[in-house]
Design a protein around this ligand. Structure first.
Ligand code: SAM
Ligand code: SF4
Length: 322
């Protein structure tokens, strides 16, 4: 469905939980999250109903995220439900990978297409520090399991933070010389209180690109909901990508809405505006739900203004669905 700026909004990111088995310092408070109560979390039937309604408006792409989507009980069955919706592409997921070694094969069998895995350090002690206790070997085992299960292509998302992991940029980039993976550097965004503690520590994509000797841009957009720019070392099997929401606006190509675990629709990651879908979900007929989805698309902001002093959003990334 087209919004008022001519963008085709066809992508819904669905946060299935705000809980997580890690506590990344820029994302979540150390003590975890307040319980939002089982009754306030959307059930699988409700999520499936929203997906079906969205498909009827022209949405095609659905990504499960969180929090950590793999800690939601029976997540495999939600994948199965969404994969079975006619008109929807096979669902995709964003995960920290820690539980993937156990679950990748079942997720693939349920119809998951691929998974983006978040990994901010290749050094065990540093990984433990940024995640407040995570075990690097678990995440690496998850990557291997995803690859073995055919959840391809493997995409690693690295939040690049000045003074924290900037000395690992080349190590991450070198992974693409050996593996057919996309390694994507993401700029740290001022979302929620966790990120606020890091101030302006983001590293612009073009700074990293400038440090990658011999890599050449990959021309054209690989298609779909792709917001990354890519480069590649000539002959290498993998690519390095840059997701640069701060240093280079890609709002003009934004094609998504976000659904929080407690049933709020967000039209922009950087806006505090939320539309509560739960009253509409209580109605038998779909008309109120369709009306809210349409209204969300038609009221989607032209662009974020975080570089112009706009206040950061209050919800942390774990509560929005990154
Ligand atoms: N737990 C899953 C994971 O880590 O992949 C899914 C949810 S997590 C919120 C999704 C992505 O958002 C991760 O790649 C994470 O690094 C990223 N993220 C979290 N807070 C961020 C921030 N302030 N700026 C940029 N990316 C952020
Ligand atoms: Fe959990 Fe992902 Fe946030 Fe890290 S980035 S705390 S893994 S939700």
């Amino acid at each position: 469905m087209l919004d008022t700026f001519g963008r085709n909004i066809d992508y819904l990111r669905i946060s299935v939980t705000d809980r997580c088995n890690l506590r990344c310092r820029y994302c979540m408070p150390e003590e975890g999250v307040e319980d939002i109560g089982h009754g306030n979390i959307l059930g699988f039937e409700e999520i499936e109903r929203i997906v079906r309604a969205a498909v009827s408006l022209g949405f095609r792409k659905f990504r499960l995220t969180g929090g950590e989507p793999l800690v939601r009980r029976n997540i495999v069955s939600l994948v199965e439900r969404i994969a079975a919706v006619r008109g929807a592409d096979a669902p995709v997921m964003t995960s920290n990978g820690v539980l993937l070694s156990r679950m990748a094969a079942d997720l693939k069998a349920a119809g998951l297409c691929r998974v983006n895995i978040s990994l901010d350090s290749l050094r065990a002690e540093r990984y433990r520090r940024i995640t407040r206790g995570g075990v690097l070997a678990d995440a690496l085992a998850g990557i291997r399991a995803a690859e073995a299960a055919g959840l391809l292509p493997i995409r690693l998302n690295v939040v690049a933070i000045r003074g924290f992991n900037d000395d690992e940029v080349l190590d991450f980039a070198r992974l693409t010389l050996e593996h057919p993976w996309d390694v994507r550097f993401i700029e740290l965004m001022p979302v929620g209180e966790g990120a606020a503690g890091f101030g302006l520590a983001y590293i612009a994509g073009h700074e990293i690109e400038a440090a990658l000797d011999g890599f050449v841009p990959v021309s054209g957009k690989p298609g779909g909901a792709e917001v990354a720019r890519y480069c590649r070392y000539p002959g290498a099997p993998g690519r390095v990508g840059f997701i640069s929401p701060l240093s280079s606006h890609f709002c003009g190509d934004c094609n998504k809405l976000r659904l929080t675990a407690d049933g709020r629709l967000k039209t922009c990651l950087h806006s505090n505006r939320e539309m509560d879908l739960r009253p509409a979900l209580r109605a038998q007929e779909d008309a109120p739900l369709l009306a809210l989805l349409r209204e969300a698309v038609l009221s989607k902001e032209a662009r974020h203004r975080i570089n112009e002093g706009e206040a950061p959003v209050r919800r942390g990334m774990n509560r929005i669905g990154g």
